[in-house]
Design a binder for this molecule. Structure first.
Ligand code: GLN
Length: 491
């Protein structure tokens, strides 16, 4: 029987390796075999890292044989979103403009994973430059959802989510600028954690919108997300916005105050998703939490503010792709021609749209009307959260207004796609931590009674915490997931 990675947790791998029940090489081979087997259909992976993975696994096995400590993530097969640099591997960011770009160094998060013994098995697919909510904007073709291959896995970290959900790896790194870790986790039935802004270094992450971007883990369980986060977190001399969160004492759900905001139950929320979320909130009360109504009145401005701030920053970040310094270079008759041709051929429709939007909102005369207003709205959104967190420990909401949609269903209308991000972008604008945890369809008690109708596509429950309260958030999310026993998905 081949090993099935979906049956492992990081903890199980650590004890199994140390008790010589299996080797890191066997785990790496199982991951590479699963990629070989499933990637034809899912297209979660852009490039397997077979040689690097087998070499890293051998190092772990040698250390164990020599009685040395192999690290807290020893032998764990991990995939990396292709906008995060792994030295000597391609980093395309899902774009033609970087199709042949080889990373010269490791991102700090990647270097930390390697130092902890993790085995990097693949680079994963994403929407071009992480711009999108379905992974359909990848220049290399879409990823499919392992739960239902007719449907998208969400985005932009859809490749990372599909790789974890289909058992190609145990954990993956994604990046979250407006929901790109949480929403694909929700769509594929796994856990996705967006840490507090700055608590994971952005060094080696291909920048989209620098005041919003954060690297976070996608895993099957909250405990695994924490194990990865504990390795990648912390201040880094290469990222001036990075900082340390002090780990907080453990806490359970009993007596906790959980905020629910009416602004999260609005028109456009799929009734089936709403029902599932309301049942989950009910379930939290049975675990001893107090549900408190909170108000986040400026939530309605979040999408508009985000789709001004993000393109403004993205347009400036993407200026570096000039046909000279990185990637695709189309030689024109002069410098300007080279620049225009390289960018014209290299960027797909979504980056172009955002570069134009961003350049427009920053241009003289429009700056006050758009960018400045958006920054004011951002401040109000941040203040809403600060006030709410005076009353409650965490806030819960749906992660996404819908379940995974069909390929092609939303990509004709960019605005429709942007609305997908309604519940996730506020946390990025405020910089606060947020996590999506799979939400069983129907409370445990009523499941057997057949009380839940409709399809069984995954729904994510989002927990948001105050700035820096990542550990508390993870404790609460873990307690919630544990209350349902094992993570419900296993493919
Ligand atoms: N879907 C959002 C967007 O298209 C978020 C992307 C992200 O978090 N990288 O901008």
């Amino acid at each position: 029987m081949p090993m099935r990675l979906a049956e492992f947790t990081i903890e199980k791998i650590q004890s199994g390796l140390r008790q010589r029940e299996f080797s890191a090489a066997e785990l790496a081979k199982a991951a590479l075999a699963a990629i070989e087997d499933k990637n034809g259909e899912l297209h979660a992976v852009l490039a397997p890292l077979a040689l690097q993975a087998l070499a890293a696994a051998r190092t772990v096995d040698d250390k164990i044989a020599a009685g040395e400590d192999p690290g807290s993530l020893a032998g764990v097969p991990v995939a990396i979103k292709d906008n995060i640099l792994v030295a000597e591997a391609r980093a395309t960011a899902g774009s033609k403009i970087l199709e042949n770009y080889i990373a010269p160094y490791d991102a700090t998060a990647v270097a930390k994973l390697k130092a902890a013994g993790a085995v990097l098995v693949a680079k994963t697919n994403l929407d071009e430059f992480a711009m999108g909510s379905s992974t359909e904007n990848s220049a290399f073709g879409p990823t499919r959802n392992p739960v239902d291959p007719e449907r998208v896995p969400g985005g932009s970290s859809g490749g990372s989510a599909a790789a974890v959900a289909s058992g190609m790896c145990l954990a993956a790194l994604g990046s979250d600028t407006g929901g790109s870790v949480r929403q694909p986790a929700a769509f594929t039935g796994i856990v996705g954690f967006k840490p507090t802004y700055g608590s994971v270094s952005r060094h080696g992450l291909i920048a989209m919108a620098s005041s919003l971007d954060v690297i976070g883990p996608l895993t099957r369980t909250v405990a695994d997300a924490r194990a990865v986060y504990d390795v990648i977190r912390g201040v880094d001399e290469f990222d001036a916005t990075s900082h340390n969160n002090n780990p907080k004492p453990k806490s359970g759900l009993n007596g906790l105050k959980i905020g629910v905001s009416k602004e999260h139950f609005i028109e456009g929320l799929d009734p089936d998703v709403e029902k599932t979320i309301r049942q989950a909130i009910e379930h939290l009360t049975t675990l001893g939490a107090d549900i408190v109504d909170v108000s986040l009145p400026h939530t309605e401005y979040a999408i508009a503010a985000y789709y001004i701030v993000m393109p403004a920053e993205a347009s400036s970040n993407l200026a570096r792709f000039d046909g000279i310094r990185y990637g695709l270079s189309e030689h024109g008759s002069g410098l300007l021609e080279t620049y225009l041709q390289s960018r014209g051929r290299g960027f797909g429709p979504e980056p172009r749209r955002r570069i134009m939007l961003g350049t427009y909102v920053l241009s003289a005369g429009y700056y006050e009307a758009y960018y400045r207003k958006a920054m004011q709205a951002r401040t109000l959104i941040r203040q809403d959260f600060s006030k709410a967190f005076e009353q409650v420990d965490v806030i819960v909401s749906p992660t996404s207004p819908s379940v995974a949609f069909k390929l092609g269903e939303k990509n004709a209308d960019p605005l429709q796609m942007y609305l997908e991000d309604i519940f996730t972008v506020p946390a990025n604008l405020a910089g606060i931590p947020a996590i999506s945890v799979p939400c069983p369809r129907g409370a445990v008690e009523s499941r057997s009674a057949g009380a839940v109708s409709g399809h069984e596509l995954p729904v994510g429950l989002q927990f948001m915490g105050s700035f820096g309260a990542d550990d508390l958030l993870l404790d609460i999310a873990a307690a919630y997931q544990a209350s349902y026993g094992r993570s419900r998905n296993s493919f």
